[in-house]
Design a protein around this ligand. Structure first.
Ligand SMILES: [Zn+2]
Length: 432
């Protein structure tokens, strides 16, 4: 197939209209998009002098652009070798067939004069072995008096989106689940995007802040969203990519508005916290424990040299954030909560972090992965995504100079460990 020949796109609606027509051929109107050298089927003659538009779903902006005035032809071929020829010629870009020869193979083809004629042939009874070999029910042709060459044709599939994963990924199970994402900064926005991509049915975003210029470098959102509230802009962004998911936006502060946050924690299956600073993480640890919901806490430490993902499960085997931090302090490890306050500042001055954008996305995606593993295991008894522990330290740009367990020395290294049992005196873990 010559790379210099245009490319034909058939919307699903055009496929249905041609396949359902009683005619043995008719006219087409193509929309031409010159910059991408593409023709999109725009109108199909379905009955004698009845020309109907082929619907292109609104989101396919490029397929709806261009200039809709190019006359073409569709022809239903009797079972013959037309599509076998197409397949053969597609693989031999140096060969074409003569116009006369083509007219014998595809009777009814119009004379292109001195122009390029575009023809779409339809062979509804393609033998399975030809389909196996790569032939298609529809074939495109560039018809010139000097010779006929095959054109690549792309047909809009019946199923697009997450449904394509049916049978290969637990999309139905995860569609029934919901996750609250606290903090829609660089890590939280990446986590939210990953959760939607994994197929979580409902994502509830919580963040009180606006998206501003200093956020842009490390965020999923871009310049178009500057000035907007992060949750609202993220909701729109996710809706564009994952239209089947429900996204709820809460412009709330998890610390100052716990009364508003509590009912959300109660109705979701899991809480993922990527908020900056000590206080929101403590609140999430506490509220999720009280609501008996698992929580995933994600952050970067030591100026972005390592990432940390903590899984808090509300069982007697595992303590809360405070229980983990107390154990680490007893061991002489760095005070990871205070380290975060240093990195992010307390709100008066925004201290620029040195973590690089893809590292933050990596941690956000990693946290979402742990969230998915937890949902599948705890709610669906599906252990195929089981993760090795409750506490992961991830090397991003480690210097190797931190105390254990943060003493990774290589980028890409992941160290898993468990977390301690609840302390008897813990205000979060102790009942009542
Ligand atoms: Zn505790």
């Amino acid at each position: 197939m010559s790379p210099h020949n245009p490319y034909i796109v058939m919307p699903r609606d055009a496929v249905t209209k041609i396949a359902g027509s009683d005619l043995s051929g008719g006219s087409l109107v193509l929309r031409r998009v010159p910059a991408d050298d593409m023709y999109v089927v725009q109108t199909v003659e379905t009955g004698k002098d009845i020309r109907l538009p082929a619907e292109v779903p609104r989101e396919y902006a490029a397929l709806r652009s261009g200039d809709p005035h190019h006359a073409a032809q569709w022809i239903r071929v009797a079972p013959n070798d037309a599509h076998l020829h197409h397949l053969f010629l597609s693989r031999r870009p140096d060969i074409s067939i003569g116009f006369k020869e083509f007219r014998e193979l595809v009777p009814g083809v119009g004379d292109p004069g001195n122009h390029l004629g575009v023809v779409v042939t339809h062979d509804p009874d393609l033998p399975p072995e030809l389909v196996e070999a790569g032939a298609s029910e529809f074939a495109g042709w560039a018809v010139r008096r000097s010779g006929v060459e095959p054109l690549a044709i792309e047909i809009e599939p019946e199923v697009v989106g997450l449904a394509q994963l049916a049978g290969k990924w637990p999309i139905e199970q995860l569609a029934a689940n919901s996750v609250m994402v606290v903090g829609c900064g660089s890590i939280g926005s990446a986590a939210a995007e990953a959760l939607a991509g994994y197929g979580v049915g409902r994502v509830e975003l919580v963040d009180p802040d606006r998206f501003l210029w200093h956020n842009m470098l490390r965020h999923t959102l871009g310049a178009e969203s500057v000035g907007r509230f992060k949750v609202a802009a993220m909701k729109d962004h996710l809706a564009q990519h994952w239209p089947q998911q429900t996204v709820l936006a809460h412009r709330r502060d998890v610390v100052a508005e716990a009364h508003y946050i509590r009912p959300i924690v109660d109705r979701v299956d899991l809480v993922l916290c990527a908020a900056d600073g000590i206080a929101p993480r403590r609140v999430v640890s506490h509220l999720s424990r009280r609501a008996r919901r698992p929580a995933i806490l994600a952050c970067v430490l030591d100026n972005g040299s390592i990432g940390e993902v903590i899984r808090l499960r509300p069982t007697p085997r595992f303590g809360c954030l405070l229980c983990l931090r107390q154990q680490l302090a007893d061991q002489g490890a760095m005070d990871a909560e205070a380290d975060q306050e240093l990195d992010y500042g307390t709100g008066r001055v925004h201290q620029p972090m040195t973590a690089v954008p893809p590292d933050l996305r990596y941690i956000g995606t990693f946290a979402a992965k742990v969230a998915i593993a937890t949902l599948l295991e705890s709610l669906h008894g599906d252990h195929t995504q089981q993760v090795p522990g409750e506490h992961a330290i991830i090397g991003l740009r480690p210097a190797g100079d931190l105390a254990a367990p943060f003493d990774l020395s290589q980028a890409g290294d992941v160290r898993w460990s468990s977390i301690p049992r609840p302390r008897a005196s813990c205000p979060t873990c102790s009942p009542g």
